[in-house]
Design a protein around this ligand. Structure first.
Ligand SMILES: Cc1cc2nc3c(=O)[nH]c(=O)nc-3n(C[C@H](O)[C@H](O)[C@H](O)COP(=O)(O)OP(=O)(O)OC[C@H]3O[C@@H](n4cnc5c(N)ncnc54)[C@H](O)[C@@H]3O)c2cc1C
Length: 293
């Protein structure tokens, strides 16, 4: 197995967008694993007649890949898939991709960073499996290593998803006790009124910032603090109480017991702003033994 800095799971918009951003940062030692036999994700899978986006295509595009040639305001799935394929080819991403690789679980490594697709489309990724690594760090912000590095044995052990418990991430991107794991289009990142790609690009920016931090500081782990995650989720849930989604109607945005772990209760500009900066005070950092010496 090659030694890689980053592992990306999924080759839809989010996975490929992350790959492009990593390349832009000069990070080229990453692999993309995808269970399908082509790029495209949702847009490869949805081929039913009439499938199309419902956000104008000019907005449902990545900012780094503008496409003035969309044939319709709301383009169909074939055209969107062709757009995604062009991104993969233009950025020479296929050489990083292993197709037909169905990820059924993730151990907790001491090194690679990974980026996962949305939990609902990734039934067996670390975003909904539970690592048995014991992580109960002291809440300290000293410059010393703050987090016990998990032993490889603990890191490799995973157990099945935890019932119906809804995910509780921080800034929709990182989740406590899953160090070095970044989630795209995950919980609390549903736009409702805008293009997911606007949100996705903001997340990718945050994720690449995190990966860059890990690599440049030679960190073993970057793991969000419980109090940072709890505070973030409390605020999100409070703001959600004032939205239509939480007004008492049932919908697919809610879990069976009525919890909303799906939507972001605010404007896209606000969502983007909160991801412009990675606040390291919100994270436990642990260093590799070499860096500590
Ligand atoms: C008909 C339709 C219309 C839509 N219209 C809009 C719209 O107008 N605006 C909008 O913002 N959004 C729209 N969406 C939502 C759309 O899903 C997202 O915008 C976007 O395509 C999600 O991209 P993604 O890369 O995050 O996830 P996906 O496209 O779901 O990609 C996930 C990738 O991960 C891979 N994968 C998943 N699990 C595993 C695993 N365990 N192992 C290996 N690989 C795995 C999959 O094969 C895939 O490559 C629409 C969706 C549909 C179906």
């Amino acid at each position: 197995m090659r030694d890689l800095s980053v592992l990306i799971i999924g080759a839809g918009f989010s996975g490929l967008g992350t790959a492009v951003a990593l390349r832009r940062e000069g990070i080229d030692d990453f692999a993309v694993l995808v269970r399908a036999d082509d790029v495209g994700g949702t847009w490869r899978d949805h081929t039913c007649p009439g499938a199309a986006c419902d956000i104008p295509s000019l907005l449902y595009s990545f900012s780094f890949a503008p496409n003035p040639g969309w044939s319709r305001t709301y383009s169909g799935s074939t055209e969107i898939l062709a757009y995604i394929r062009r991104i993969a080819d233009a950025h020479d991403l296929r050489r990083h991709i292993t197709f037909g690789a169905d990820v059924t679980g993730l151990g907790l490594p001491t090194h690679p960073r990974w980026v996962c697709p949305p939990p609902e489309s990734a039934p067996a990724t670390a975003s909904n499996t539970k690592s048995t690594a014991s992580c109960s760090p002291p809440d300290s912000t000293s410059g010393k290593p703050e987090h016990p590095s998990p032993s490889p044995a603990a890191a490799a052990a995973t157990s099945p998803p935890n019932g119906t418990a809804a995910p509780r991430p921080t800034r929709a991107s990182t989740s406590r006790a899953y160090p070095n794991l970044f989630i795209t289009a995950g919980p609390d990142s549903g736009p409702g009124h805008n293009s997911l790609l606007v949100y996705s690009e903001a997340q990718i920016n945050y994720i690449v910032h995190g990966i860059r931090t890990i690599l440049h500081r030679n960190l073993a782990t970057l793991d969000v603090k419980k109090n940072a995650q709890d505070t973030y989720n409390r605020r999100i849930q409070h703001r959600l109480t004032r939205t239509t989604w939480n007004s008492g109607c049932s919908s697919w945005y809610l879990t069976a017991d009525g919890f909303n772990a799906t939507m972001y209760p605010g404007f896209a500009t606000r969502y983007k702003r909160q991801l412009d900066h990675l606040d390291l005070d919100h994270y436990y950092l642990s260093h590799t033994p070499a860096a500590e010496a």
